[in-house]
Design a protein around this ligand. Structure first.
Ligand code: NFS
Ligand code: SF4
Length: 638
């Protein structure tokens, strides 16, 4: 019997876990148990290994043992560790976005023939927001100017704020960031500065350190803006789209390829190559090629192509354990090294594609913008070859798949609202809040973290919010949880939405007869970089309400946060002025001061604050409380 019996609430994953147990296959759930108890010093954030005089730990309340060898106290150590996590998250998002940017740039130069400008509409909107002229100019020329601005946001030291951040802020947020001196001047420069600031013997002032981290989180948001906006230009603005999710989308009669990681630059090409090579798959006896997504690359493809979402972070190994996955094509981030180890028992080919992401034992096919289509074809061929090696005895695909509707960019939402009020689309949402039909908006985001059963916290919080008439937008593996469990289907509206939310969604449907599908219970706004879409939404609401972000009934929640990227996102949500729930404890309990800054002082300065609450039921109540407080205040002042 497993020591941790309820490890997931996802029936697809649970079914595969039975297989794992029968065949004695090790999974992330076993490794989690093997790590217990996790180190108490690390957990509290009071372990420092920034220099090799260490590792140092804060061992006592007072005296020499209460400090590191250099004299760094708990608040310094906790702050430095946190800030380094933010720098790590910022670097991750930004490298992803830089790859999209390189691709756009190569395309403009005629060196990436497989790519094109799918959305001139988005390009023109972006250009005008960035102050790039569009009159009498070719789209490629416009995009060239846009990419130059993005490059200079990344790397050039400049005496102006980041264009990809500054152009999208409310006036009050812009001023707030200037006054508190956290306006980043370059993305790369900010990451480097934070590493330098937190090095041995530099900053020991916890407040100055944390403000550095806030600046880093804004650089992270800028990087996400570059990623989301350029991806929309190259691959299209997401529009409502019907698809399915959970492991049952893996098809025993087809060549199955999972794309796992984050970057649409790769996965969009794999989808295109698969469409071309269907015939090759038939030659080896398969009915065709079935692409399925995992984690955020799955979200990217789901949003724009309607590709099935097989599974999310914590259950990524389960896709291989179906025995019917012929290849897993990887780019970067959130990919367990364990997936390659697992293929010792299965025929699946694991293939890496990026220079910074290789795995011992896995095949590597370098993926280049210049040769994107040929590279993608090679990847698909590997899967077709592997199909021949399938062992029918090892195939067990859970009979679990659910309908869903995804594809809600802010453009699409605005469009849907505009059918109710074409002059002021956002007022449709804000009026519904002001008249009490809905309580506010919550952006649910973030990962799976095995400290709690997979997906349970996402689901418990979601159900409580929608029952209480909160409009939920979702990203990343949070969206993945809802998709897998059937909660992202229009049918879930009747089953779970409170009367107010239900009537709001029905009103939108009635006003939009052009939609070929009903609207879902939760609006999927994309991958984790697309948390930037949520920021665009809250700022549009702020402008409509003529207030700054901290007054808008809007909150964020990452019930099972895991990655450094989630730390960066949570931090910019707070800096932007949002109540931000996190359901897995970051490493900061070793300093009451830092805990107080995160949960209280941040609120005094920026109007947003962290809510650390591990119990999902209690967390939902706290989020609802924060929304109610904001709408109550808004109504008094209007
Ligand atoms: Ni976001 Fe997406 Fe998932 Fe977490 Fe990882 S896939 S970028 S970091 S685990 S939500
Ligand atoms: Fe120890 Fe200070 Fe070095 Fe950290 S920086 S490892 S606290 S001596």
């Amino acid at each position: 019997e497993p020591k941790n019996p309820l490890r997931s609430v996802d029936p697809g994953a649970l079914e595969m876990l039975k297989v794992a147990q029968e065949q004695n296959i090790e999974t992330v759930f076993d490794r989690f148990v093997a790590q217990q108890p996790q180190c108490g010093f690390g957990y509290k954030g009071i372990c420092c290994r920034i220099c090799i005089a260490g590792p140092c730990r804060v061992k006592t309340e007072e005296g020499p043992g209460s400090k590191g060898i250099c004299g760094a106290t708990a608040f310094t150590i906790v702050a430095r560790n946190l800030v380094r996590m933010i720098a790590g998250g910022t670097a991750s998002h930004s490298e992803h976005s830089r790859h999209v940017l390189h691709t756009a740039h190569a395309m403009v130069d005629g060196e990436a023939p497989s790519y094109s400008i799918k959305s001139p509409e988005k390009l023109h909107k972006l250009a005008s927001q960035l102050g790039v002229s569009t009159i009498n100019r070719e789209d490629r020329e416009i995009l060239k100017d846009v990419t130059e601005i993005a490059y200079s946001d990344f790397g050039r030291y400049q005496d102006r704020p980041l264009a990809f951040l500054d152009s999208f802020l409310t006036e009050q947020r812009r001023k707030k960031f200037q006054h508190t001196n956290i306006t980043p001047r370059s993305i790369d420069g900010t990451v480097t500065e934070l590493i330098a600031q937190t090095a041995m013997g530099v900053d020991s002032d916890p407040v100055n350190l944390i403000f550095g981290g806030l600046k880093g989180s804004l650089a992270d948001l800028a990087g996400e803006y570059i990623g989301t906006k350029l991806s929309d230009v190259l691959f299209g603005i997401p529009e409502p789209i019907v698809s399915e999710s959970n492991l049952g989308v893996i098809n025993s009669k087809m060549v199955n390829i999972a794309v796992h990681g984050h970057n649409p630059v790769l996965s969009e090409m794999v989808v295109a190559a698969a469409r071309q090579l269907q015939g090759e798959a038939q030659k080896v006896g398969a009915e065709g090629i079935n692409i399925v997504g995992i984690c955020c690359t799955g979200n990217e493809l789901l949003m724009r192509e309607g590709v099935y979402l097989a599974t999310s972070s914590a259950s990524q190994e389960m896709a291989i354990m179906t025995g019917a996955l012929d290849a897993m094509v990887l780019d970067i981030q959130c990919i367990y090294p364990a997936v390659q180890q697992l293929t010792e028992c299965f025929h699946t080919k694991v293939v890496t594609t990026e220079g910074i992401m290789k795995m011992p034992g896995a095949q590597h096919i370098a993926f280049n913008a210049e040769t994107a289509m040929e590279d993608a074809q090679k990847l698909v061929q590997i899967a077709i070859e592997a199909y021949k090696n399938r062992d029918p005895k090892k195939i067990s695909i859970p009979n679990e798949r659910h309908n869903l509707v995804a594809g809600f960019s802010i453009e699409t939402l605005t469009d849907i609202f505009s059918k109710v009020n074409s002059d002021r689309p956002m007022s449709v949402l804000t009026d519904a809040i002001m008249n009490g039909q809905i309580k506010g908006v919550v952006q649910m985001a973030g990962c799976n973290n095995l400290k709690r059963p997979q997906d349970e916290s996402h689901v418990v919080i979601l159900k409580e919010l929608v029952k209480n008439d909160v409009l939920v937008v979702a990203t990343g593996c949070s969206a993945g949880a809802f998709a897998k469990l059937g909660l992202m289907s229009p049918l879930a509206v009747d089953a779970y939405a409170g009367e107010g939310l239900k009537s709001f969604i029905r009103m939108l449907e009635d006003a939009n007869p052009q939609l070929t599908t009903g609207l879902p219970l939760i609006f999927h706004i994309g991958a984790c970089v697309d948390n930037s879409r949520g920021m665009d939404l809250v700022m549009a609401m702020a402008e409509e309400l003529e207030v700054d972000v901290p007054k808008v009934p809007f909150a964020a929640s990452a019930p099972e946060a895991m990655h450094e990227k989630a730390v960066a996102i949570g931090t910019y949500c707070v800096t932007m002025g949002l109540p931000t729930h996190v359901g897995s404890m970051p490493f900061l309990e070793g300093s009451d001061l830092i805990y107080g800054i995160a949960t209280q002082i941040a609120h005094d300065v920026f109007g947003g604050n962290f809510i650390f609450e591990m119990d999902p039921q209690v967390a939902a109540q706290k989020i609802l409380g924060a929304l109610e407080y904001r709408s109550w205040k808004l109504k008094i002042h209007k």
